[in-house]
Design a protein. Structure first.
Length: 337
């Protein structure tokens, strides 16, 4: 059984049971699945509980004062219900030292208190992961890829009331969202609003709403730069500009690509393997392989130089100091290994 199947089966088992684990960690790269599972858990186990007994806390900005307040709320008695639920979001954004203080609050929870913690995936050695695995339960939802990703998109389309759709539209949504389920969910919701009742979702709808996704020419551009073919890259840049491509979209593409390449290179230098890096950065496998190929040609200092060059080009575009074609002609020669 796959890791995904194990995780989903455990969620279903909990929902089919009579009691929610008192300490439950739900981790996934995307917010949409974390929040939907939480909603299902509350609908099942918090029936009849008022909003005042379901506390939601964003931990990304919590400080010592916030921890004290949370401790008081955990230990307080409810006047309305014997059950209370605490949904603690973004555990991954909490500093390591602060994580330990937070976890100490859960050592002796009162009966009737349930803590649902939400996080991006955490290493097995992380204090939060270790605590919930030992003292409660941890469910980690893996990133969806290939067939599983397409099947999730198809279900998402149907859940938004669209029963007919083409395979090309599904493929295009996956490409536009770069495998990010949060982006997929938002894209499908927007697309569903465009369609009339019983209208099928087609590739043209996706292209109309999201015209600035990475097309094959943009990947060719990145490959030409990585191969040191600055003249061909310059010609392709000019072609893209003259075809109506936004210069800011192009410089944004280049900056994002070199920024991600630099992050991958840095993580490699610090001992992380490819799987760990891809999961940490949330990069789809097909895109990750393309970037690994490029990184092999660049040294880290050169990647820094390339990123700075794209930022400089962005500033020149905003200042209108030169025409876009002149700026990109100069930039092409600065982005090779």
């Amino acid at each position: 059984m796959s890791v995904k199947s194990d995780a989903i089966k455990r969620v279903k088992d909990i929902l089919a049971g009579s009691k929610c684990p008192q300490l439950l960690l739900i981790s996934a790269h995307d917010q949409v699945r974390r929040r939907r599972i939480t909603k299902l858990l509350l609908e099942k186990f918090a029936i009849g509980i008022g909003a005042e007994d379901i506390k939601r806390v964003d931990l990304s900005s919590i400080d010592a004062s916030g921890i004290t307040t949370l401790l008081e709320e955990l230990n307080s008695l409810s006047l309305f219900s014997p059950k209370r639920f605490f949904v603690l979001d973004k555990f991954d954004a909490v500093a390591a030292a602060m994580q330990k203080q937070l976890l100490s609050l859960f050592d002796d929870l009162a009966q009737g208190v349930t803590v649902i913690a939400l996080s991006k995936p955490l290493p097995a050695s992380n204090a939060v992961q270790k605590f919930f695995s030992k003292n409660g339960e941890s469910i980690s939802l893996p990133q969806l890829e290939g067939f599983e990703l397409k099947r999730w998109i198809q279900k998402e389309i149907k859940q938004n009331g669209v029963q007919k759709f083409s395979e090309k539209s599904v493929d295009q949504i996956a490409a536009v969202a770069e495998g990010d389920l949060d982006h997929v969910a938002a894209a499908v919701e927007h697309l569903s609003l465009l369609l009339d009742d019983n209208e099928a979702l087609e590739l043209s709808h996706v292209e109309t709403l999201f015209p600035h996704h990475k097309d094959p020419s943009e990947f060719t551009l990145l490959e030409l730069l990585a191969e040191g073919k600055s003249v061909q890259a310059e010609l392709l840049l000019i072609k893209l500009l003259r075809s109506g491509k936004s210069p800011f979209a192009l410089v944004g593409l280049l900056a994002k690509s070199f920024s991600r390449n630099l992050a991958i290179s840095w993580l490699q230098d610090h001992g992380l393997n490819q799987t760990e890096i891809r999961q940490k950065l949330g990069v789809p496998p097909w895109l990750f392989q393309k970037q690994l190929s490029a990184i092999r040609r660049y040294k880290s200092p050169r990647l820094v130089h390339c990123l700075l060059a794209t930022l400089s080009a962005d500033a020149k575009l905003k200042n209108h100091s030169l025409g876009a074609e002149a700026i990109f002609s100069e930039l092409a020669g600065r982005l090779t290994p």
